[in-house]
Design a protein around this ligand. Sequence first.
Ligand SMILES: [Zn+2]
Length: 113
Amino acid sequence: MKYKSLKKSDLYYQAWTAYKWKHIINNITFVAVFALCATILSSSIPENYKIFLILFFMLGFLIRTNIVYYWRCPRCGKPFHMKWIVLGSTTECSHCHLKRWAPNDKEAPNQAL
Ligand SMILES: [Zn+2]
């Protein structure tokens, strides 16, 4: 199943759209942090400040990534990718096994509810 196959009338359309945008923003953040760190390392900023700035940006990226990983499943409301503190499957909910991009519950055969 793909995001493009979803219709606006699907039950989980809005939730998956929000999920998609969080992923896009997270990927942009990753590239931006990488570019910023490379720029900082090649700059003439004193070494002590370089380490501080890089740790600051890395921390920001980790927080941003956790927002995606702890995104709530539209069906069960639990973190979609995380079970306890361990990263689970990226293609289905770690709790109720709702497939990623599933339009509704009827087309999600692995229901555990
Ligand atoms: Zn779920």
